[in-house]
Design a protein around this ligand. Sequence first.
Ligand code: V47
Ligand code: SF4
Length: 386
Amino acid sequence: MLTPQTGLQEIINNCTDNDLKKIAQKVKNSERITEAECLVLFEKGELGYLGSLANFVAQKLHQNKVYFNRNFHIEPTNVCVFTCNFCSYSRVYKHRDEGWELSIEQMMDMVRKYDGIPVTEVHIVGGVHPKMNLEYFCELLRKIKAHRPDLHIKGFTAVELDYMFRKAKVSVEEGMKMMNEAGLQSLPGGGAEIFAAEIREKICADKVDGPGWLHIHETAHKLGMPTNATMLYGHHENYAHRVDHMSQLRNLQDKTKGFNCFIPLKYRSGDNDMSFLGEVSIIEDMRLYAIARIFMDNFKNLKAYWPMLGRQSAQLSLSFGVNDLDGTIDDTTKIYSMAGAEEQNPVMSTEDLCALILNCQKIPVERDTEYNEIKRYDIMDEPIVN
Ligand code: V47
Ligand code: SF4
């Protein structure tokens, strides 16, 4: 069998394009590639070439392991003060009767539904409701922690936090400390979209800007809270915008080492104000995953979010640098099903997720939020408790 090492040497030997040959050599030597080289990969890298390089990197970091966690989602509301043009999920305040607004008790009922079930994380993300404020969410966090202290709470995008903190007239640092003391342990990666101002202007003009998003994540890192990072791709942005976005994340990671993972999010075109753009092809998806794996050398984990991407593309991504498939999500997330993702009802049991990974000749490993390994599922020799 061709190992990733010999496969890469073959590519170096046979590559007729000098730029691509030089990049492959750098990857083999574990040297960082530059922004200009990353752009070359977007412009000239063919799928097989990119897959070989990305596989080499992923194998070195994780061998054949693919991580997942057992989590569930709470989406407190889809009422939102912002008007991102790609969003199929939100409702403006005056049409809030078409959406949902969960009370603290309703959210606690969702938490209690998992009593006795070995989930390790709750993921809380929603719209930005003008009446759900810092105090409201601190109370929710305290109640969750009082009920289930061992459940890791990952919640609130920088967009939600920015609004909450400004409304409460506290600094990012003060607000983050309050949330942390109430029980918030890490942040999801949403709201990053594309940092470049000219693209944000077209897709999400009214919410926190790129520097604001990065500042919130840097503050969380300084307080010892890890975070995730996302990039929404496949709309108005060009390759240079993607490189710039990933480069800004890579720079912050050099500084803080606080990011757990990078999650490219494919723009889904169902039922929103940018539907006319359509969607990029699966080839572009796989090329992007591979390039992210090659360029983001200080991000240990690259996640494909299967409810958004669909199960088959998520499986394919495991051969293009991805080493994490997020979680055994319950049917509580609507962000993607409302945007036309294949997964109308994104539920996958641990057994399903392991089978999906094993079918790709990879090893399923359950992890916690911070990527500590909980259990390997090499061979499905015992029934899995969900
Ligand atoms: O910021 C919204 C994206 C994000 C669409 O950290 C869309 O583990 C594609 O934060 N097409 C929120 N994407 C989701 C989020 C998240 C998701 C999964 C894992 C993690 C994590 C975080 O959803 C938004 C936006 O980029 N989004 N609408 C759409 N039509
Ligand atoms: Fe609101 Fe988030 Fe939708 Fe933007 S993406 S409109 S911030 S719910």
